[in-house]
Design a protein around this ligand. Structure first.
Ligand code: NAP
Length: 260
């Protein structure tokens, strides 16, 4: 476990744990806590029409910024927060850091490790979606775009390429002028991703560095077909204690609860 910086506040034994979710790891965490008899409430943003729900109590929707979240923590007797949101959910993680600091509630960030390049990969790292869009014309003309429903406007000005846009729910305009939508959600398989590349003549893949196994088959498929990949770097997160695995998050919670 790599905990970046210790925090002074300790959770009260038996107090509720808030899991900020929207990821497979968050669902796993909630399941493990619920099974262990720990009172847990999972929070979802409410962006996805039919989300995969974790076991246990679930609340949906924003808190109203850091102040709203700090109020919510106090009103609901929360003793610890596990921020297991997606690595690109920058605002929610920042808000959790600020709210937990203000409310003196211990916070741990669970962030799955990012992907790393292997032999045979041709990855091009960029800082954001605009940089990814700017690079597209140099690398390909038939693009598998898997950066999610939000932020597709960045690609709306890329007229020269055709995009296969894959998202969980239909996106809102603006979208790239020449595109086809695929509404789908992982986990994806290597065979499925190879078939997609072949069927659509994909010559470039664009992805965020989401990490994890659910969506990594596209990277294996790109390597197999010798296709370049544009990878959007993760935004810098707030400086809070961070672990990379569910087991480490559970261990942190056990140890901080016992110490409290
Ligand atoms: P974001 O930009 O960081 O969050 C925007 C606002 O949405 C937050 O300030 C907060 O509103 C609300 N919010 C976000 N996550 C929430 C949660 N778990 N519970 C309650 N409110 C939440 O987040 P995002 O990138 O739109 O992602 C939204 C959700 O989708 C996250 O939970 C994330 O785990 C999941 N997700 C994101 C991505 C991605 O690529 N960004 C991919 C897969 C899943 P208030 O300020 O009002 O509290």
């Amino acid at each position: 476990m790599t905990v970046n910086s210790p925090r002074a506040a300790q959770p009260r034994r038996g107090a509720r744990v808030l899991v900020l979710g929207g990821t497979a790891e968050a669902r796993e965490l909630a399941g493990a806590l619920d099974a262990a008899g720990v009172p847990v409430v999972s929070s979802l943003a409410g962006r996805v029409a039919r989300p995969r729900l974790p076991v246990g109590e679930v609340r949906v929707g924003g808190f109203g910024g850091p102040q709203g979240l700090a109020r919510w923590l106090a009103e609901h007797g929360v003793g610890a927060v596990l921020d297991a949101t997606h690595p690109f959910a920058e605002q929610m993680s920042g808000s959790a850091a600020e709210a937990c600091e203000a409310a003196r509630v211990p916070l741990l960030r669970l962030e799955r490790p990012g992907w790393s390049e292997r032999d045979g990969d041709a990855w091009h790292w960029v800082d954001d979606l605009s940089a990814a869009a700017a690079l597209v014309p140099q690398l390909g003309s038939r693009v598998l775009l898997t950066t999610g429903r939000q932020g597709l406007a960045a690609f709306a000005g890329v007229g020269g390429a055709w995009f296969l846009v894959r998202c969980v729910d239909p996106p809102s305009p603006p979208l790239p002028p020449r595109h086809r939508l695929v509404i789908d959600r992982g986990p994806y398989t290597l065979a499925g991703e190879l078939a997609l590349i072949d069927a659509h003549g994909i010559d470039l893949v664009v992805t965020k560095d989401s990490g994890g196994h659910h969506t990594e088959a596209k990277l294996d498929a790109a390597r197999r077909r010798k296709r370049p990949v544009i990878v959007v770097r993760r935004p810098p997160g707030p400086s809070v204690p961070t672990v990379g695995e569910v087991g480490a998050a559970l261990a942190w919670l056990r140890s901080t609860t016992q110490a409290g």
